[in-house]
Design a protein around this ligand. Sequence first.
Ligand SMILES: NC(=O)c1ccc[n+]([C@@H]2O[C@H](COP(=O)([O-])OP(=O)(O)OC[C@H]3O[C@@H](n4cnc5c(N)ncnc54)[C@H](O)[C@@H]3O)[C@@H](O)[C@H]2O)c1
Length: 313
Amino acid sequence: MTQPHDVKHTAVLGAGTIGASWTAWFLARGLSVAVWDPRPEAEDYVRRYIADVWSDMSQIGMVAGASPDNWRFCATPEEAVAGAQFVQENAPERLPIKRELYARLDDVLGKDAIFASSTSGLMMSDLQVGMKSAARFAVGHPFNPPHLIPLVEVVGGKDTAPETVQWCLSFYNHIGKKAIWIRKEAAGHLANRLQAALWREAISAVVTGLASVEDVDTAISAGPGLRWAAMGPHMTFHLGGGEGGITHMLDQFKPAFEAWWATMTTPEFTEDTCRQIIDGVMAEAKGRSIAELTKERDAVLLPLLKIVAERHR
Ligand SMILES: NC(=O)c1ccc[n+]([C@@H]2O[C@H](COP(=O)([O-])OP(=O)(O)OC[C@H]3O[C@@H](n4cnc5c(N)ncnc54)[C@H](O)[C@@H]3O)[C@@H](O)[C@H]2O)c1
């Protein structure tokens, strides 16, 4: 098996939002990329995407003398995976579509190649079932956009070899990502479950009249969200306990958290709930376009990512 740090050639299958972004990242990290997507406009899309994001990746210090041209668009997925040591699949989030694609590739995938799916919600055990090369398939779930956000969640399915999971963790870390091992298959893996838990309470806060959409957002972006870029919720609370750390934090706040959890409910996405959220977000956006908001977000995110990347170097 090719060692993770010896990988030179990758393939990207499905080049929409996530596939184009992975392509840019692999290129920035000096890897060649063979791209396939059934959409005829995809080749142009990927070309424009790479040109658009290259300077952002340079700004965070992640383009190490690499060429943005070291990729080619292939006519078939078979052609794309031929010679690839690592494949990142980003086809639409539909089990039959991904399974059909995998079945097509089972006989042509390189004997040593590792195959990772970006799937946000499907289980690898369902995707890989019946495949000869199932042991070399795993989930490698990125956070949008993969060319900026470091996190990748690696999850094995029932037929994934443990070495494949370890290989993926090493590979993603080697190319500058922050990979974590999710030890069991679960709907939404881990990070999306954490986001879902927070959004559940954020929506409840709006529908129960606790705060406006804008104030809920400020409660995170001007509050705990700032600390979460430095360290996660457990370590943040270790500091919250002062000199006594997490032990003191638990002693002091256990009853409070249990009482707060007892008051929390799960909202339903009724028409009225959706309307309140949409109206609240539009009011908060104050006419700024998605492109303008993205720029505002990236003005904070890019310097932050540079600091995070330097810390992990
Ligand atoms: N969008 C996100 O925030 C996000 C984040 C993490 C992971 N993901 C996962 O990434 C995958 C792709 O999502 P996306 O948001 O990029 O979707 P997308 O709709 O932007 O892109 C999907 C691409 O797949 C192509 N495609 C269609 N049929 C195909 C086939 N049979 N084989 C290969 N490609 C095919 C489409 O032409 C399109 O370009 C999904 O599994 C999704 O769960 C998405």
